[in-house]
Ligand binder design. Structure first.
Ligand SMILES: [Zn+2]
Length: 85
């Protein structure tokens, strides 16, 4: 049985019935993993890793852009120095 809410027939008060260990510990249905099977976990982990790698690539591309710009400035200054000598 997956995590779900039920209500007490006498009081009408809603309560959570955990179906997975994560919800047993957190007492929050948002953490439910009942619907996930091992492939969902792997997919989620895989997607997280892809996101991290894409972020890293983006960061490195930006860093590379900055260094290329700096290198162009240095080259320009070196050429200027040469012409003044
Ligand atoms: Zn659950």
């Amino acid at each position: 049985m997956k995590c779900h809410y039920a209500s007490d027939p006498k009081t009408g008060k809603k309560f959570l019935i955990p179906g997975c260990m994560t919800v047993v510990h957190s007492d929050d249905i948002k953490d439910c993993t009942c619907m996930m099977d091992i492939t969902d976990f792997e997919k989620e982990e895989y997607n997280q890793k892809i996101k991290e790698l894409r972020d890293e690539i983006k960061h490195l591309q930006e860093e590379n852009r900055i260094y290329r710009k700096l290198w162009q400035k240095v080259k320009k200054q070196l050429r200027l120095k040469k012409t003044l000598m």
